[in-house]
Design a binder for this molecule. Structure first.
Ligand SMILES: [Zn+2]
Length: 318
């Protein structure tokens, strides 16, 4: 991965991640009158902090030149190192709903236990539930505390540059995209990515994350912009086409799930199995189950399918 040349006083470098894909997270530094505004910071850990400092040094930037760190969303590859940077005197900002979700960011054990309990109702086998119950928080997550600054939608206050916050939940419940007025670049975090379709998680039993996500895609599509600078991979030069592709992917998958259910009612686990027929490792199986549940809730909200039962839930076409 190379540094992007975005102009307009915007610097970039890719910072390595402990897992691949994506292998790297994009760090952006936007020049303001009295220092830089940094977007995202990578995972926690000495090795990653050292790498960050080397990259800053290559750009002739000191940590003390950074006045604000903005986290696009509460995932460790974007905010894991935030506590270390705050200890260096850098202010930290997140979207205003983020403090509600910091406890679950810090505690993977309870988060995955809750997913496991839901998976049980969806007919998941014991091995899957055991896997969920064995998860603990990795050190790369770091420990986050509520930030100094909480953003609302619209222009960010107390900075000179025109940067607007766009609330774009879906991939994460607190995700924001940022529109830089002078360059017309949207920094999308993981809301819009090239190459891969952003993962839509099962947030909890009630929240319809895919409806949130689709609405957030429409929102970004309707904002005038020229490029998208994503959290991973290369800059997107045709953002509208990319957004259309992602929307189409979710429509196709929803259609496929509806077709699967038209042959008779199934549990969420059975739908996952028929949707992902190839063998998956435990990480990918967790993702597949969550994605399937996000789709089932989305199709349910459109009035196409419904769920039955309480101890074990089945889904059927209306
Ligand atoms: Zn990410």
């Amino acid at each position: 991965m190379k540094n992007f040349n975005l102009g307009h006083g915007i610097l970039h470098f890719p910072l390595k991640l402990p897992w691949s894909p994506p292998g790297f997270v994009n760090i952006y530094l936007i020049e303001d009158d009295d220092g830089y505004i940094m977007i995202d910071c990578g995972v926690n850990g000495d090795e990653y902090f050292d790498d960050l400092k080397v990259n800053l040094n290559n750009l002739n930037i000191q940590l003390s030149d950074i006045k604000l760190l903005i986290g696009t969303h509460l995932h460790s590859d974007h905010v894991g190192l935030s506590t270390v940077l705050r200890n260096e005197g850098i202010k930290f900002g997140l979207y205003k709903n983020a403090p509600d979700f910091i406890p679950r960011y810090n505690d993977w054990t309870s988060r995955f236990k809750a997913i496991g309990e839901y998976a049980k109702k969806q007919g998941a086998p014991k091995e899957f539930l055991d896997d969920m119950n064995s998860i603990s928080t990795p050190t790369t997550t770091g420990k986050i505390t509520p930030p100094e600054i909480l953003f609302d939608e619209g222009k960010i206050k107390n900075i000179n540059r025109d940067i607007k916050v766009i609330f774009t939940p879906g991939h994460d419940i607190s995700e924001i995209s940022l529109l830089d007025g002078s360059s017309k670049i949207i920094f999308s975090g993981d809301h819009v990515l090239p190459r891969i379709t952003p993962f839509i998680p099962l947030h909890d039993e009630e929240t319809d994350m895919l409806s949130n996500y689709v609405n957030s895609l429409e929102k970004v599509k309707n904002i005038e912009h020229e490029k998208i600078a994503p959290g991973h991979f290369e800059v997107i030069d045709s953002p509208h086409n990319r957004i259309e592709q992602i929307l189409l992917h979710h429509e196709k998958r929803s259609k496929k799930i509806t077709d699967i259910l038209s042959n008779g009612s199934l549990t969420g686990w059975e739908v996952t199995q028929s949707l992902f027929s190839r063998p998956l490792d435990s990480w990918n199986l967790r993702m597949a189950f969550q994605e399937t549940m996000a789709h089932l809730k989305y199709i349910e909200s459109q009035g196409i399918i419904k769920q039955n039962g309480s101890k074990t839930i089945t889904w059927e076409v209306i």
